[in-house]
Design a protein around this ligand. Structure first.
Ligand code: F6P
Length: 517
């Protein structure tokens, strides 16, 4: 963002009165600070913003031509400049006829749906002809967090095999997934864009050995979701089980690609199509709605205002929906891997800082853990409450209580309470938003997730960073390979790194530890 515009916006935050005063002066401020779109009711009226700042932010977005940038993205322009790639995740759920990228994506999605339907009906089965009872996805980051979050969120619709997710290099993760599973009736999905990720490939090898103990014709038990089909074929995946996506889909934006295969196995291809339709609803809202009614745009402005202008370094996302409990973990990658950078596209440092720390936990559980700090701590943490209007089960009273807690917490944060005793005083003026989905169904969830995808990208554009690369994960990966080979070789390296005493200590005690138990 232009420095002059940034500083003038920042100056405007100094004129924002406390929330109680803002509400006193304008009791219906929620009328202009609420956006309804695609089955989501979003109330931003307890954010620290007045009309002057709001209008200036909307103007800044119009000048930056955010919608124009999305149209360029959809036309296949190179938006990921540091990797020289197009950014095509919106094409994954667009009509096949809308672009060559959409055409390519829809063909692969149809293949994935056919395999998933086969798994569910039994026509795609294990080597001994038995139907798959368990599907285990092995993947990490974008090849795990999205499908795991959606599978959990829509678990009430699950009517296929049991679907589990393994991501960690810690063997305990795969151990747990294998518990109760049988090789003859287990299908592994090796989900990896690159098909080289250390954790995934290590777990995949172990899964293959586990299948081979009972089933020599092991390849029937593996499917790959990858953009490196050649590598998957070389590993031994059958051609008809190689489901493909593309280098123009970033890992954290890949949920609507064949990476959704485990979700299809769990709830069926038709329900997954509904999820994609919800994403497409939000995509078309994004490029058609006027700025002040545009949910991803207004959402992004609130998050960016809080981190860059108000200087609040974290944001807590609290799903008041038990089934959405993996949402914060999914958003951590989406937002922090996209925007946790120090320099902009131009290589210069970014005004106002970049990604906030995203964290969170399901409500109401969080209330009995860290809400003390949210209400009275010395750090101000903007809170995003995410909930649903309708109840999922039949305990309607519980749902009313859940919703009542959202309202009560948001009110307490904003209004606070004066009291004679300091430790019973709540200073208030703590910002929060409330996002309410009509219902936690595939279509609504798709819209919510697409909103978060677009919001992360818009925040990145406001910061001036490239939201589509992730160079920051490389150094640790490279060093891990060197350290692992030093450990395997059992020799103490000559290089005196800052961690070499720890490495040497581990090499020496490892010799005394039991192996291969
Ligand atoms: O290390 C980060 C990362 O590259 C993510 O961007 C990605 O989602 C994850 O690793 C997994 O990568 P892959 O799908 O290639 O195994």
């Amino acid at each position: 963002m232009d420095a002059e515009v940034f500083h003038s916006l920042k100056n405007l935050t100094h004129g924002v009165a406390p929330l109680t005063d803002l509400f006193h002066a304008d009791p219906v401020r929620s009328e202009w600070l609420t956006v309804d779109a695609c089955g989501i009711h979003a109330d931003f009226s307890r954010q620290r913003i007045n009309k002057t700042l709001y209008e200036a932010l909307l103007h800044a977005v119009d000048v930056a031509d955010i919608q124009g940038s999305f149209k360029k993205m959809m036309a296949g322009d190179i938006m990921n400049v540091t990797e020289d790639r197009a950014v095509g995740h919106i094409a994954l759920r667009a009509p096949a006829t809308s672009s060559p990228m959409a055409q390519q994506a829809s063909g692969q999605l149809e293949r994935a749906k056919a395999v998933a339907d086969g798994v569910r009906s039994g026509s795609v089965c294990g080597a001994s002809g038995k139907q798959f009872a368990t599907v285990i996805n092995i993947g990490i980051g974008g090849s795990d967090l999205g499908p795991a979050m959606v599978t959990r969120a829509l678990r009430r619709l699950a009517n296929g095999p049991v679907v589990k997710f393994v991501s960690n290099i810690d063997a305990a993760d795969l151990d747990e997934a294998l518990h109760g599973a049988h090789p003859e009736t287990t299908l592994f999905v090796i989900s990896s864009k690159t098909f080289t990720t250390l954790e995934t490939m290590h777990n995949a090898e172990r899964a293959r050995r586990w299948i081979q103990t009972n089933v020599p014709d092991w390849a029937h038990h593996f499917v790959a979701a990858t953009s490196h089909t050649e590598a998957a074929l070389n590993w031994g995946i059958k051609k008809e089980h190689c489901l493909e996506f593309f280098d123009w889909v970033g890992g954290r934006f890949s949920l609507s690609s064949v990476i959704g295969f485990p979700v299809m196995c769990a709830i069926g291809a038709d329900q997954f199509s509904e999820f994609l339709a919800g994403m497409a609803d939000m995509d078309s809202h994004l490029v058609t709605a006027p700025t002040e009614h545009n949910l991803p745009v207004v959402h992004a402005l609130m998050w960016w205002m809080n981190s860059a202008l108000h200087g609040f370094p974290t944001v807590a996302v609290i799903p008041y929906s038990h089934d959405l409990s993996r949402l914060p973990a999914y958003l951590q990658q989406l937002v922090m891997e996209s925007n946790g950078k120090s320099v902009g596209v131009d290589g210069r440092s970014v005004l106002g800082g970049t990604s906030p720390v995203v964290w969170g936990e399901a409500g109401t559980n969080g209330q009995h853990a860290f809400f003390q700090m949210l209400h009275q701590g010395t750090h101000i943490v903007p809170v995003e409450f995410v909930t649903t209007a309708s109840s999922l089960g039949t305990d309607y009273e519980a749902h009313d209580l859940l919703f009542a807690n959202v309202i009560a917490q948001s009110e307490a944060l904003a209004a606070g309470r004066t009291h004679g005793e300091p430790h019973k005083t709540f200073e208030g003026n703590r910002p929060s938003s409330v996002l309410v989905l009509d219902e936690l169904n595939p279509r609504g969830l798709g819209s919510l997730i697409a909103m978060y995808e677009h919001s992360a990208v818009i925040q990145g554009w406001l910061m001036g960073v490239n939201s589509f690369d992730q160079w920051g994960v490389e150094l640790g990966k490279v060093l891990a390979v060197d350290v692992a080979s030093a450990i395997a070789g059992g020799s103490q390296p000559d290089t005196k790194t800052m961690t070499h005493p720890l490495l040497n200590w581990y090499i020496s005690i490892r010799k005394k530890l039991p192996r291969n138990q």
